[in-house]
Design a protein around this ligand. Structure first.
Ligand code: SF4
Length: 557
């Protein structure tokens, strides 16, 4: 066995490589991005060469998962990476993929972000696994991220279903030493024999759905004996039973010594859950004699809610639903400590937060000199001229997900809505059709490719009187400067091809010195009572720095 110090994301990526990965696809999204970055760094560029694998970014999570399904159909192992909200985008192939006869192992690595460090919501991907009726593995440390990823491929091939690997921010972005095992051979090309398992025509889909339900019994048996679903019952105090999952297990253990002391030396009975479907038999064994059970889980109350359908008798259940454990945000040892009714550690407030001297708030901001800042200054000036009344009642500026979302904070304060990838375009259309005179969507280049094109087609067909502003900085900046799928030079022919009139497709250079000139051109398009697209172009400063560094180092990364 070799040892390496890796981030949780990198450990999952290496686990996939060592499991015999042939291809990996994904869309960048914090905290999942480093899984694919590690794979791309180590890929040999082709799934066809012996011993090689391919790794690439895709336009969005849905296309990534669909490509991975194609790899699995051909009999090879594939991984897909995304953040939790990306699974919403990929949910169509994800839910339907559960009904297929998966051939080569298919693992979907999804990184959740409890606490919303860089996300628009706190959703828990374990709900999706349960919804699709596919197994989920939930590592609690970097070593498990490695070993569970390897195992996920075997499980996928054994039960012929996709397997979800649930990561979380703290695990994804923390580094630890892991032990690795020898790399396995990649699957040979051997496409799925039974085509009816891959065609979800109603007659086949009905049969495949029954087959998926029949697989649940085997999955339950697998999860009950899975080593990460560890039941500690013998000699334990049953006046309190504790169920933990994911990092909640680590935080519980950090408090265990104090908990045992506070209970006169008695150690509560415990079940840690790392593999789903929920090990129902173990839960019943734990709870049948216990007086009370407390559930400590990272994310939403997935286990706690399901307990009510599993338990055959009445028992007090404490956790996120009754507020014993904080319902929102990330868990940490202090939050868990409060849930266990232990006194706060010295220097820690009752809320579980550390008391620090008051520091000035520092909300995230666009980099000084960012091209988006100049674009927003122009938009702001034009709106002030067109719709000067307070609150701009005749204007709706819908922004999207990316660095440019930071234009919502001072000193710009321009966007009025930020919802999900691509929503700015559809919302601008809706606002226009609701009667808003100056309906505007603001979207970045990569987000436009991700999910901005279909709603633009809707608006073109409806000839909606709105203006779409594309902020083209030639890179996916927010997640660390991944390459945009197609270059800026192709945007104009692409948009013209969709049907925008050439006289209402305007390109501007996002520069402060051009503010007056750009404002005149932008104003004309916003006033135009039809559909117009304005592209503000200038390279992201971070991307520029990275590119210059690579050039001066002779093109090396
Ligand atoms: S990383 Fe690039 S796009 Fe993002 S704020 Fe900085 S300069 Fe602007």
């Amino acid at each position: 066995m070799k040892e390496q110090a890796l981030l949780g994301d990198e450990a999952a990526a290496l686990g996939a490589i060592h499991a015999g990965l042939s291809a990996a696809y994904g869309y960048p999204g914090t905290p999942s991005t480093e899984i694919m970055e590690y794979l791309i760094e180590n890929a040999q560029g082709s799934a066809l060469a012996p011993g090689a694998f391919l790794a690439s970014w895709c336009v969005n999570e849905k296309t990534a998962l669909e490509a991975a399904l194609g790899v699995s159909f051909a009999g090879k192992r594939a991984m897909v990476t995304m953040k939790h909200v990306g699974l919403n985008v990929a949910s169509d192939p994800f839910m339907n993929g559960a009904l297929l006869g998966i051939k080569g192992g298919l693992v979907i690595a999804v990184a959740d972000d409890p606490g919303m460090h860089s996300s628009q919501n706190e959703q828990d991907s374990r709900f999706y696994a349960s919804f699709a009726m596919v197994p989920c593995l939930e590592p609690r440390n970097q070593q498990e991220a490695y070993t569970m990823t390897r195992e996920a491929f075997d499980l996928s091939e054994k039960f012929q279903v996709p397997v979800l690997l649930r990561m979380t921010t703290r695990l994804s972005h923390a580094r630890a030493q892991i032990k690795t095992e020898p790399e396995r051979a990649r699957n040979p090309l051997s496409k799925a024999g039974d085509k009816t398992q891959w065609m979800l025509l109603p007659a086949y889909a009905r049969r495949n759905y029954i087959s998926l339900i029949e697989k649940q019994r085997g999955l339950l048996e697998w999860s009950v004996v899975h080593p990460s679903n560890k039941l500690e019952l013998e000699g334990r105090d049953l006046s309190l039973a504790v169920i933990t999952s994911g990092l909640g297990g680590n935080y519980y253990e950090e408090n265990l010594e104090d908990l045992v002391k506070s209970r006169g030396g008695k150690t509560p009975a415990r079940l840690h859950i790392g593999a789903y479907p929920l090990p129902e038999a173990s839960i019943l064994r734990l709870c049948e004699k216990a007086d009370r059970v407390i559930v400590i889980e990272e994310g939403q109350p997935v286990i706690e809610e399901r307990l009510r359908g599993i338990l055959t008798h009445s028992i007090t259940v404490n956790g996120k639903l009754d507020g014993t454990v904080s319902r929102t945000g990330e868990l940490d040892p202090d939050v868990v400590r409060l849930g266990l009714a232990l006194p706060p550690r010295p220097g820690v407030l009752n809320s579980g937060t550390v008391s620090l001297p008051k520091l000035p708030g520092r909300p995230p901001q666009l980099c000084t000199g960012c091209p988006h800042g100049d674009s927003y200054e122009t938009i702001k000036k034009v709106i002030q001229e067109l719709d000067p009344a307070e609150g701009h009642p005749n204007t709706a500026i819908n922004s999207d997900i990316g660095c440019y979302a930071l234009g919502a904070t001072p000193p710009y304060s321009v966007p009025e809505s930020i919802v999900c990838m691509g929503a700015s375009v559809g919302m601008a259309r809706g606002a226009a059709e609701a009667g808003i005179k100056y309906a505007i969507g603001v979207i970045g280049d990569s987000t436009f490719l991700h999910s901005g094109i279909p709603p633009l087609i809707d608006a073109i067909i409806a000839d909606t009187p709105m203006t779409l502003i594309i902020l083209d900085n030639s890179i996916v900046a927010m997640t660390g400067c991944q390459q945009t799928m197609i270059g800026s030079d192709k945007f104009t022919p692409l948009i013209l091809g969709l049907g925008i009139k050439s006289e209402h497709l305007v390109e501007l250079e996002a520069k402060r010195q051009l503010l007056e000139e750009n404002a005149v051109k932008l104003k004309k398009e916003i006033e135009y009572p039809g559909l117009s697209v304005v592209i503000f172009k200038r390279e992201c400063l971070e991307a520029f720095r990275k590119r210059r560094k690579a050039e001066t180092q002779g093109g090396s990364k």
